[in-house]
Design a protein around this ligand. Structure first.
Ligand code: SF4
Length: 336
């Protein structure tokens, strides 16, 4: 890539509230510091808590509610009891209602609940501006030996189903979990093929593994900056038009990443921490903008649905479209 090609380029980000609905999960990924067992630090957020945080986020100018949770938490009796007490048969029923209320309140939901089937995706689509699932890697890896939901075939099926349903979709690679450089290339090519068929992948995240205490991978080194940059450059070559995101709280210096082809910095929050990487606080909006400007680029706030999809009503339900029209400017970015 021509090193000067990024100069003056727009670098997008969104302002969100991170809602970790539950850390109960059916999987046990070797690197995960988020998941908890019942009676050992597990939580299940009440609708009151979710809506209180969403209201606070709305008041501070956020546009996105990021609902993230463990996959199929109802495999645990504790989650089933909570859902039962709240009057829901399963987690998806609960999520649909939470998203409906959050949307009504004026924030655009983006749900990442692990693997979901086509029917579940369709129900959530009605109240979600976009949805997400990290592919992580298209190859089977030993770090996922205890995680049935990390079977790449299942994840690719869900990403494809989202394409059939015209859901603007966020996915990405997790770098440094035992995959080879060839696996990374294959993962990127697989995502490109899916996007070429369905035109629905709005961004690909290049995310570094970060070691967490008290996990089987606590002692493993994170990927080097060089490895991350090489992956980013490869991704840019494979997908010249794709939005490529680097999480700004997981890399020290943004400049080389912007130079290597990243054009998005994801969602940042002043309301809640990054519950997945609690030791890596997000920069403030002012810090983020300053870092982008130092690299010679132009920061621009977006919604959780990327501009191209915010201007294409085939990718939105009527309910979502109404709020997107209120929040977006004429280019499809965040108005105001
Ligand atoms: S699926 Fe997600 S929450 Fe569950 S163990 Fe793996 S990384 Fe953790």
């Amino acid at each position: 890539m021509n090193p000067s090609a990024h100069i003056g380029r727009e670098i997008s980000y969104s302002r969100n509230v991170f809602l970790p609905i539950t850390n109960l999960c059916r999987n046990r990924c070797s690197y995960c510091g988020f998941r908890r067992d019942p009676n050992d630090g597990a939580w299940f957020m009440s609708p009151e808590k979710v809506l209180e945080l969403a209201e606070r986020a709305k008041a501070t100018g956020c546009s996105e509610a990021l609902l993230t949770l463990g996959e199929r938490p109802e495999v645990h009796g504790e989650a089933r009891e909570k859902l039962d007490g709240l009057g829901y048969k399963n987690t998806v029923d609960y999520l649909v209602e939470l998203c409906r209320q959050i949307l009504e309140l004026g924030l655009l939901p983006h749900t990442n609940a692990g693997t979901l089937n086509e029917r579940e995706l369709l129900r959530l689509r009605r109240y979600n501006a976009s949805m997400g699932l990290m592919l992580e890697c298209a190859a089977e890896l030993s770090v996922h030996a205890l995680s049935p939901g990390k079977d790449p075939k299942l994840r690719l099926k869900m990403i494809e189903d989202a394409g059939k349903l015209k859901i603007p979709f966020t996915t990405g690679l997790l770098i440094g979990i035992g995959e080879s450089p060839e696996d990374r290339v294959r993962s990127l090519l697989t995502l490109r093929n899916l996007h070429e068929r369905y035109d629905h992948i709005q961004e690909v995240i290049i995310q570094p593994f970060v070691p967490k205490p008290d996990t089987p991978m606590a002692g493993k080194a994170p990927p080097s900056v060089d490895e991350l940059l090489k992956t980013l450059v490869t991704a840019r070559r494979i997908m010249p038009e794709m939005n490529l995101q680097v999480p700004p709280n997981l890399v020290r210096d943004l400049s080389p990443f912007l130079l290597a082809g990243a054009n998005d910095l994801g969602g940042i929050s002043s309301v809640t921490p990054d519950f997945i990487n609690p030791d890596n606080p997000w920069p403030s909006v002012a810090e983020l903008k300053a870092a982008v400007e130092r690299a010679g680029s132009v920061p621009r706030e977006r919604l959780p649905i990327y501009p191209r999809y915010a201007k294409n009503e085939r990718f939105m339900s009527n309910e979502v479209k109404k709020l997107v029209l209120e929040l977006a400017d004429e280019d499809g970015y965040r108005a105001g």
